[in-house]
Design a protein around this ligand. Structure first.
Ligand code: BG6
Length: 480
């Protein structure tokens, strides 16, 4: 059970709070993981009476939580711990009101979850400090994106660091809370079998793809300024790359794990100048069909500029300059409105050194995060009958089936629990975020300098053709 605490959610009426955070807290409460003294206080500008907020919260929790997990009696007890406090997070005076409403901490830890636009991070931290709310016990949780460049991320980190110590700051990348992402560490560091082949003499290349069928939904205003590079590549995809490529840490604890990840980010070969054109493909979806439904082009989405050149797709060839990975390309790809939802990592091994049989003989390890959690190893086997005809067959570990009796935790449940337990292993440290931006900045700059409009692709397709060529020119294909 966690420490007694007040969890204050800034942006309490936003999508993240209603769709993810409250349902996650409900689950934790239901499973008696939260201290009974916990209070969850949603903060937002709307002037709502508490009861109206509870109704809003209940509606969203019912929609997000599986019917079998939604218990009326638990909800009554949970909602008794839930409150709403209307305030304007940009106004210093409102923090004085908040401090009076909260009263003396009396042994409670205060957790400030900033589910707001990043431009509010610094003012909120400063106002918390002025109002005397940022004591040495408090924790602050920051949602990505942290800034839009190295410079802006550093400025945010500086300002937050002036109020909170690094151990009090939890920078969330929800991909790190996904079950299979953590399983990746178990797979690598709890199975001696893989270690000898997890390097450049055996691995041909690595693919990391996060493909979504969703468009920008009602986040057009934010997305049109961010694009896929800032929204997904700088954080989720680079985090996955770190977990695939990092050296085994000495211990499974926050500093040791994050030290290894930072080393990878710093070893990423810079992509600058002409390389930006050769090694990246930006795309933007046009009209198309997804699941039998017509969907509009990106530039017709709500709050998106109708001559926008923001990318909704990015593919990039990255290299890690170290002994283990020298010469192994890491192909990263992410896009919205693609043919199917699928997040996966593929480790493609080199072919056998000497072919005895006809046909390409390669092994492939697939780690699928979504839609199903699965790990499978493609082996070459003889197909039945006369002659040595080879066929690839998958050794399949379907985690949802193997652990069918266990409820699968949502990423936010695990991460919230870690915040409450003060464990930052699965959160991004300041130097990690900055190292990721330091690699991404020249890519963004290169795209701007060689101004190249994003390549169009039809919604419901696999992205622009140029992304296929990125691999095809080296005789490789994207795993589908
Ligand atoms: C978010 C991005 O961080 O991750 C979204 O801002 C994206 O644009 C989402 O849709 C994808 O997360 P998941 O868990 O659905 O793969």
């Amino acid at each position: 059970m966690t420490i007694p605490c007040d969890i204050l959610v800034f942006g309490g009426t936003g999508d993240l709070a209603l769709h993810k955070l409250l349902p996650a807290l409900y689950h934790l409460f239901r499973e008696a993981r939260l201290n009974p003294a916990v209070r969850v206080i949603a903060l937002a500008r709307r002037n709502l009476p508490r009861n109206d907020y509870l109704k809003l919260a209940e509606r969203h929790c019912r929609a997000q939580v599986a019917r079998t997990d939604f218990d009326e009696e638990v909800w009554q007890r949970f909602s008794a711990r839930l409150d709403y406090f209307p305030m304007d997070a940009s106004q210093s005076a409102d923090f004085g009101r908040l401090a009076r409403y909260l009263g003396e901490p009396g042994g409670l830890t205060r957790i400030f979850y900033l589910a707001t636009a990043p431009k509010l991070f610094v003012p909120i931290a400063n106002h918390l400090h002025t109002a005397g709310l940022a004591d040495g016990e408090a924790r602050i949780v920051l949602e990505k994106p942290l800034g839009h460049s190295l410079e802006s991320a550093t400025a945010i980190n500086e300002a937050i660091g002036a109020v909170f110590e690094e151990f009090q700051v939890f920078r969330i990348d929800h991909y790190l809370g996904k079950e299979t992402v953590q399983n990746l560490m178990a797979l690598r560091f709890a199975n001696a079998l893989l270690e000898p082949v997890w390097r450049n003499n055996q691995v041909d290349h690595v693919q990391i793809s996060v493909c979504e069928t969703l468009g920008v939904e009602n986040r057009g205003g934010y997305y049109d300024k961010a694009g896929a590079i800032r929204d997904m590549l700088q954080n989720h995809l680079l985090q996955l790359l770190c977990l695939v490529a990092m050296e085994p840490p000495a211990q499974f604890e926050a500093e040791a794990v994050r030290d290894e990840k930072v080393k990878i980010l710093r070893a990423l070969k810079p992509i600058t100048g002409q390389d930006v054109q050769d090694k990246t493909v930006r795309g933007q979806y046009g009209p198309g069909r997804i699941g039998g439904q017509e969907v509009p082009a990106y530039y017709f989405e709500k709050d998106v500029d109708n001559d926008s050149d923001t990318e909704t797709f990015i593919a990039i060839e990255a290299h890690i300059d170290n002994w283990r990975w020298a010469g192994v390309p890491f192909y990263l790809r992410t896009g919205k409105r693609m043919a199917r939802r699928s997040s996966q990592i593929v480790i493609q091994f080199k072919p056998v050194p000497h072919e005895l049989f006809n046909g390409g003989q390669v092994n492939q390890l697939l780690i699928q995060l979504q839609p199903e959690e699965r790990i499978s190893l493609r082996m070459m086997t003889k197909s039945p009958g006369k002659g040595m005809r080879l066929e690839p067959v998958d050794l399949d570990l379907n985690l949802a089936q193997v652990f069918s009796q266990t409820r699968r935790w949502e990423a936010y449940e695990r991460l919230l629990l870690d915040v409450l337990e003060g464990d930052s292993t699965l959160f991004m440290r300041r130097d990690e975020v900055e190292a990721a931006w330091a690699w991404i900045d020249p890519v963004i700059k290169g795209c701007e300098e060689h101004f190249q409009a994003p390549r169009p692709y039809a919604a419901g397709s696999n992205g622009p053709e140029q992304a296929t060529s990125l691999l095809a020119r080296h005789g490789r294909v994207w795993h589908s």
